[in-house]
Design a protein around this ligand. Sequence first.
Ligand code: PGA
Length: 270
Amino acid sequence: MRLIIHNDSAEMSQWVAQYVVDRINKHKAATDQPFVLGLPTGSTPLGTYAELVKHYQNGNMSFQNVVTFNMDEYVGIPQNHPQSYYTFMWENFFSKIDIDPNNANILDGNASDLELECKNYEAKIESYNGIDLFLGGIGSDGHIAFNEPGSSLSSRTRLKTLNNTTVLDNARFFDEDISKVPTMALTVGVGTVLDANEVLLMVNGYSKALALRHIIEEPINHMWTGSALQLHKKAIIVCDEASTHELRVGTVRYFKGIQKLNNQNEFQSS
Ligand code: PGA
């Protein structure tokens, strides 16, 4: 696992966007197959989406041969609700790039058969031979996608009940009114994320510091589902200084030292 620490979330977002552009362009040069990108929502990736839009506008890349799969979607609010992840993705990203709408996959939280919706989602990912790069964030409780504490670390796409921490965290998007926050969601599983060729998590802000410690320094534990990334063959965590607050000084220095060396061969190792 790589841990790449930036001064702030703006730097973090620029770095991640450049990384994604680099991956997509390298893939394009090597094959006609689409690049399959897993995507998160939330406040963390907003800067990265804005940077990716800039790259697209500057002609550095195209999303024409990119297929995306979003991590999760709420159950119980309409697709056109301002806080649905469908709305989030179209407002902040998809409407500003040249992706084919048919290639932008988002779980349907209003499907009549939610179980079948999840099964079909897994099958569709598999039909593309899996995900090349899964971008994600983490919750303050260490969740990855909506895999709340206690989720199976081999879980697949399914219906999940959200926990109190997540509902409270998300109240800021629902007028600070907990009663308006959906309590169920469809989410890819930890196993689905782990199957990706590469996983890149973005972590910023002090509120994620404890979770980051559990993911980096503590043993793999289903109570901090992001810690499952320790098992992944190519996992990168890109974070800001504030989120490293609970890490040991030695851990921070260790990864910064490695990063210094890696900068000489940027984007090459894991
Ligand atoms: P946030 O959410 O980016 O809005 O903090 C991240 C998450 O819950 O995975």
